[in-house]
Design a protein around this ligand. Sequence first.
Ligand code: AMP
Ligand code: ZN
Length: 508
Amino acid sequence: MKLYEKYPIHLSNSLSGEKEKFESITPGFVGMYVCGPTVYNYVHLGNARTFLTFDTISRYFRFLEYKVRYVRNITDVGHLEGDVDEGEDKIGKKARLEQLEPMEIVKRYTEDFHSVMRQFNILPPSIEPSATGHIVEQINITKKLIDLGLAYEVNGSVYFDVKKYNQSHHYGILSGRNIEDLMESGRDLDSQDEKREKIDFALWKKASPQHIMRWPSPWGEGFPGWHIECTVMSTKYLGETFDLHGGGMDLKFPHHECEIAQATGANGKTPVKYWIHSNMLTVNGQKMSKSLGNSFLPSELFSGSHALLQKGYSPMTVRFFMLQSHYSSTLDFSNDALNAAEKGFKKISNSLSFIKKMTQPISSLKSQLSSNGLDLTNNMERMIKSCYETMSDDFNTAKLIATLFEMSSTINRIKDGVLFTDQIDTATFNDFKSTYIGMMEEVLGLKEETGGNNDLLDGTINVLINLRKKVRTDKNFALSDKIRDDLKAIGIQLKDGKDGEMSYEIES
Ligand code: AMP
Ligand code: ZN
């Protein structure tokens, strides 16, 4: 039995608005697509939250023994200022301002994005396609939509005919809107003259003479609309219907709504079975965004160089901070919350270092345990189960972390010699150990962090521990106490183990 059968996932599907049992289209395989960054600027911490959420989700699918194909794109053309069909291309504008080629801008910010992802231990997707690499496919689907009567050309631009589509489908199915309200409330824009209705959106735009990024097409030189790239890249690599599509809440409308309309219109099939929308990182209750001027860069957070920050925090502390709240809740940034996260992460990270080295001297069987040992074993089994159940319940990282804290307390009691591993059923002990390590490292993507090179620190303290043993044998207790006290003064506490072995703990 695979782990995904033992602990089936239930997730909140934004399409139905219900929590549903996840059943992949092809048993054992998961195809997921997440809208990637528009690479015209440095990614801010808010963007990082979204990618971290979907990294954790893809990690959990893998942990449950699914084979995952994770596609996350790079938007390097077509995303216009203000997220509408008017205005300058975000990348084109930056290229003009900096007097660079658009592809120089794309390369610079893609590299920055990758480096931030690495710092947060966000794994690379299986495929990372770019919009400019799929111009031919975008032209082809646009032609197809024209042939099907769902799009029309005006003056070298092509628009999706929302009203026509809505005659046989529901435009607004994802965001819970209806076309009548949308037609009332839509914005009036310059291209309004060209569009039949203001809710229609661009599939292809004619390039003005000064527009830098342009490609030949059956309708003259132009560039693709923003929404069509994701329809093309998701269905190309995952099929006309795939399991899961994710992105930030702010992309639900119009971006994802348009993706559904384009794919359903072109292929006659609902493209996505489950949609997940992650919530925003906020600052004083306001969405973190470049345009609001309240965003900061991951590097500013690590170094503590931003005016809003009291000090710097390590990437793993920030990752932990973000995972402490459920992806569907907003997460408000604050120094206090980060300080608390720093302490919390140290605690469960210290337990991680300890448990990795923890061995069971004598193997024991459940049937032969004392009642204390049986209680401990049962308790461990409950915690193991809880790890899986909380994550399978809509990827509840917040509750998983609460269980990890409980496990950490048990680990500390073993470390302090209050509980003994030889009292535990061996299979349970091994499962407890591998679940703690797996949930921390593989699912939550948290790496041990002791402020430097772990092995080096371990090695150095072991030299001191051995030196202290020697001076104690020589009855030089003054020097032995001095080694212990000096270490304590810098936050390292030496501890006596039950079999005379010494260990150390870094105090938080
Ligand atoms: P963009 O580069 O603007 O296309 O955004 C990349 C991703 O970051 C999208 O999925 C957005 O939904 C997401 N995003 C933008 N701002 C925030 C925020 N403040 N909190 C969380 N996610 C965000
Ligand atoms: Zn997208």
